[in-house]
Design a protein around this ligand. Structure first.
Ligand code: SIN
Length: 541
């Protein structure tokens, strides 16, 4: 059964929920989310939201820190917008019921945390479970709202677009693509059509493309891959942020040790107990993430050790239990008492700074298609995201896209929606294929990306990765038509698309900048490369 809404929102993290709450008074909203509604990257965000709230802080300082982290590639207009609009949107979250940690019990002042690259304490947080608290409140409100319907365990397969070709005689002047919804695999494995006047991709990032990641299993780059297939422009996909400190333990899956631990005095040490960050940057452990992740990578390669350690045991145990209850309990459950023991850590893929290119309103270059949050590339992060700027970006752009979407709603309603074409390309289902191909391809893509397209890259490794991925694509294209359509297969194809795009963008950029470090081009080259990398599939001519 086809469904029709004013707004189709794909994803139920901070971006999708905030957008939905902002438009739902005036339009009907469907939120489609591929697992349970809380299963989002937002829900796992530990650090917090960077925003100018302290008396010693200023917009100019936050702008300066963001631009510095972005290593020459941020869009300053976007940075100023996000920094300026942040505090009011954070206050709105407080009005909605989000309980951020206070400086003291019953105090009106918030406890502002410190993270790498920030020149002031400006991270508003809910202990070390900020995302969970924000998600809780936004979900509660969305569930209560009569204008919002949430569809759990619904996996978006592809966007529905219509190409309009403008031509003079036989010359094509312009090919305009418009989105009017998506095809979705529902919880009972049926393919359903969700028609919408505006569609919003809030599908998060791509961490699962790497063997080691801080991201939950849902982060398979679905929105980015769908947008690419539909002809949207992607930008800066070579800039993958590796978080320096994920817990290293055979029974810890994807568990982050928040940067806030270093903000509160945690020091990185090697296996012999030597603090090494002084060798790499004057800010030591509070340097930006690209610097810290590369330093750890270098130390591990030098020593041959499997991990380094983060030591915060010099701080008061009661403070640690209060400030980091989630990290304290998780580590304790694995036999690590952070009040006494150093924590074994390794870097892991954490955040995609590139994504679907959007303008200042969150619009992609496909009409009526927006992208918000990690799936989008707004220009805020440039070549390296400043810690805790991502939830902030999601809030600001959810707001901007909601305003824009509402502004167009009346005219979109007058125009109506196209009727579905007869020859809708329903993905083929087959019988008799072997799922082992899917599981195996998942593994090799993730290992390949980790080994060849990780923190430190080279032309040779990138070229090898490109060739291997092309071979995997051939195998998948040849063998998967025999496999019945299923979630793992859909995600595998998205993962492969994203991996190929990351590699291509990394090969295109002939310099090192921010998160992209290439041994064959070890220096930043402003003369040729102070620009974005774009990638787009030509689909209509
Ligand atoms: C962290 O808590 O270290 C993660 C914060 C972020 O990625 O912005």
């Amino acid at each position: 059964m086809d469904r029709m809404f004013d707004f189709l929102v794909i994803g139920s993290g901070i971006a999708g929920l905030t957008f939905s709450l902002k438009v739902a008074e005036q339009g009907s909203v469907a939120i489609v989310t591929k697992k349970e509604k809380v299963e989002t990257s937002t829900n796992y965000a530990q650090g917090g939201i960077a925003s100018v709230l302290g008396p010693d802080d200023s917009f100019d300082l936050h702008v300066r820190d963001t631009l510095e982290a972005g290593d020459g590639l941020c869009d300053e207009e976007v940075v100023r917008k996000v920094v300026r609009e942040g505090p009011d949107l954070v206050r709105e979250l407080v009005e909605w019921g989000v309980e951020f940690s206070r400086a003291k019990r019953n105090s009106k002042c918030f406890d502002l945390g410190q993270e790498g690259g920030h020149s002031r304490r400006r991270i508003i947080h809910a202990k070390d479970m900020t995302g969970r608290e924000v998600e809780r409140v936004l979900l509660e409100r969305a569930e209560e709202h009569p204008g919002i319907e949430i569809f759990e365990n619904h996996l978006a397969l592809d966007l529905l677009t219509e190409s309009r070709v403008f031509q003079a005689g036989t010359t094509v002047l312009k090919c305009q693509n418009r989105c009017y919804g998506a095809r979705v695999l529902d919880s009972e494995n049926r393919i359903r059509t969700f028609l919408a006047r505006s569609t919003v991709l809030c599908t998060g990032g791509t961490g699962k493309v790497y063997l080691y990641t801080s991201n939950p299993d849902v982060a398979t780059g679905d929105g980015i891959a769908m947008a690419y297939r539909a002809g949207a422009t992607l930008a800066d996909m070579e800039f993958v942020q590796f978080h320096p400190t994920c817990l290293y333990h055979p029974h810890a899956k994807n568990f982050l040790i928040s940067e806030a631990v270093r903000g509160e005095g945690g020091r990185l040490i090697d296996g012999r107990g030597r603090a090494f960050m002084g060798d790499y940057h004057p800010l030591k452990d509070l340097a930006c993430r690209d610097v810290v992740a590369r330093a750890i990578d270098t130390e591990m390669k030098k020593s041959g050790d499997d991990c380094v350690y983060l030591d915060i045991s010099h701080r008061d145990p009661e403070f640690l239990k209060r400030r980091f209850p989630n990290i304290y309990n998780k580590c304790l459950s694995l036999g690590i008492d952070i009040t006494k023991d150093p924590i074994p850590v390794v870097p892991a893929a954490h955040y995609m700074c590139g994504g679907i290119r959007t303008d200042i309103h969150g619009r992609t270059d496909i009409e009526r298609l927006y992208a918000i949050g990690e799936a989008a590339c707004t220009g805020l992060h440039g070549a390296n995201r400043l810690a805790s700027n991502s939830l902030l970006e999601a809030l600001v752009f959810a707001n901007a896209a909601a305003e824009d979407g509402l502004g167009n709603l009346e005219s979109a309603r007058k125009e109506g929606l196209p009727s579905l074409p007869q020859d809708v390309d329903i993905p083929k289902t087959g019988e008799g294929g072997e799922m082992i191909l899917v599981a195996h391809s998942w593994d090799i893509i993730r290992r390949l990306m980790w080994n060849y397209v990780g923190i430190v890259r080279s032309e040779r490794r990138l070229s090898l990765a490109k060739n291997h991925l092309a071979q995997i694509k051939l195998e998948i294209d040849e063998h998967t038509p025999n496999i019945p359509l299923n979630r793992d297969l859909v995600e595998l194809k998205n993962l492969l698309t994203v991996a190929q795009i990351i590699v291509q963008c990394a090969l295109n950029r002939k310099e090192s900048r921010g998160l992209h470090y290439n041994l064959d081009y070890p220096r930043r080259d402003d003369e040729h490369w102070r620009r974005h990398t774009f990638i787009k599939k030509e689909i209509c001519i």
